[in-house]
Design a protein around this ligand. Structure first.
Ligand code: C2E
Ligand code: MG
Ligand code: MG
Ligand code: MG
Length: 287
């Protein structure tokens, strides 16, 4: 019995070990090769202003196509990269690549980039952001950096210092997966945050009937009010249905992101979408 238990565990361990090794090799390859091989890339998920339905920007999301194992989810390899000292070079690659690609987007569109807790804690982040912006010629005002709420609670003082330094560069700060962590309102008020990204779990519950939906709606309303009272905008992530979109509109949420409005796209396809949207196409809803 023990053996049937052990074998899958061993296989899983081997898989992770292999992924860590391959990711390490990929990141230490000469600059540019990762992308040339098409193995590590960014997809971009569009974000919209709810009021007028216009495209407002896009979030960069990492994708890894392993030559043998196929597509690997960032939910799997980002934590592995964090555990094995690879997140800093990986995060740098993301920042530089995303800024370069976004520098070609039409003027007001913003780029959102996810930061890991370890990047925020480290010493190189500010320089790395500054050099990514300068290298790409992207104005700092068009970059939004996403950190999770839990990150900020682990070392609140350090996090606050880092966020203030980033703000001085001119970039804006978003709190990702908001509502799932345990930040105190007092701490939150002291943080230089521009945007609250309402976690997908609340948005998912909004579409349902009954008490769960009512509760989720109350929470979303509270987050929006909190944002309004303290000068933070709100964006709902994971919007999948017209009913959810409507509920979010009634709650006063300002921005939307989710499969209903657009899946993460390759850079080229996103630019296509941007061209269409600049010719004044409103929020396109599936009928
Ligand atoms: P996240 O930053 O909260 O990103 C949103 C995730 O939700 C993405 O998953 C996105 O594809 C997915 N999503 C978007 N709309 C919908 C929807 O309507 N329904 C559902 N069910 N899902 C939706 P993805 O791309 O698999 O990324 C997972 C997580 O991996 C991200 O969560 C983020 O925490 C992390 N990640 C991705 N790229 C990076 C990166 O460049 N750096 C770091 N540090 N983390 C990253
Ligand atoms: Mg994010
Ligand atoms: Mg998120
Ligand atoms: Mg999330």
């Amino acid at each position: 019995v023990a053996r049937t238990f052990d074998a899958p565990m061993r296989a899983e361990l081997m898989r992770r070990r292999g992924l860590v090794r391959d990711l390490g090799l990929l990141l230490h390859a000469p600059t540019g090769e990762q992308a040339e091989a098409g193995r590590l890339m960014l997809h971009y998920q569009p974000q919209f202003d709810l009021a007028d339905g216009r495209l407002s920007g896009a979030e960069a999301l990492l994708r890894w196509r392993h030559p043998v194992r196929g597509w690997i989810s960032p939910a799997e390899f980002v934590p592995l990269a964090e555990e094995h000292g690879l997140i800093v070079p990986l995060g740098e690659w993301v920042l530089h690549r995303a800024c370069q690609e976004a520098a070609g987007w039409p003027e007001p569109l913003r780029l959102a980039v996810n930061l890991s807790a370890l990047q925020l804690r480290g010493d190189g982040l500010i320089d790395s952001v500054r050099s990514a912006l300068a290298g790409a010629g992207l104005p700092a005002e068009r970059l939004e950096l996403e950190v999770t709420e839990t990150v900020l609670m682990q070392d609140a003082r350090r996090a606050r210092e880092q966020l203030h330094a980033l703000r001085l560069l001119g970039v804006s700060i978003a709190l990702d997966d908001f509502g799932t962590g345990y930040s105190s309102l007092a701490q939150l008020a002291e943080l230089p945050v521009d945007l609250l990204k309402i976690d997908r779990s609340f948005v998912a519950a909004l579409g349902e009937a009954g008490p769960r939906a009512q509760q989720a709606e109350a929470i979303v309303r509270l987050i929006v009010q909190l944002g309004q009272a303290t000068g933070m905008a709100t964006l709902a992530e994971g919007v999948e249905t017209p009913a959810q979109r409507e509920a979010l509109r009634l709650c006063g949420c300002e921005r939307l992101q989710g499969y209903l409005l657009g899946r993460p796209l390759e850079s080229g396809l996103l630019r296509e979408r941007m061209r269409l949207s600049s010719s004044a196409a409103p929020l396109s809803l599936p009928t």
